[in-house]
Design a protein. Structure first.
Length: 93
């Protein structure tokens, strides 16, 4: 009786990479790079609101800001948005 062939290491490694790639896509599901304008930013609470070009609003914290200069109202930004929260906010351009 023949035993079932075992997977070679190369095939096992390829399967592991495919699973890792799928997990990375699933983790980022729902996030999209967007553009918008900072509607308001409060230095007292270190948080602000971005109005997206599609007129949705997203909240962000100073920890999500990736620019060298402080965020300011009416500044154009790019960000990743999901569930009304903006992350990786940076000045456009």
């Amino acid at each position: 009786m023949k035993s079932a062939p075992t997977k070679s290491f190369t095939r096992f490694y390829a399967d592991a990479l495919a699973i890792k790639s799928f997990a990375a896509r699933f983790r980022d599901f729902g996030k999209a790079t967007m553009r918008g304008t900072i509607l308001a930013y409060s230095t007292s609470v270190n948080a602000g609101v971005i109005v997206c070009d599609e007129e949705n609003t997203f909240d962000f914290r100073e920890l999500d800001w990736m620019g060298k200069l402080a965020p300011a109202a009416r500044q154009r930004v790019e960000f990743e948005g999901a569930s009304r929260t903006a992350t990786k906010v940076r000045a456009e351009g």
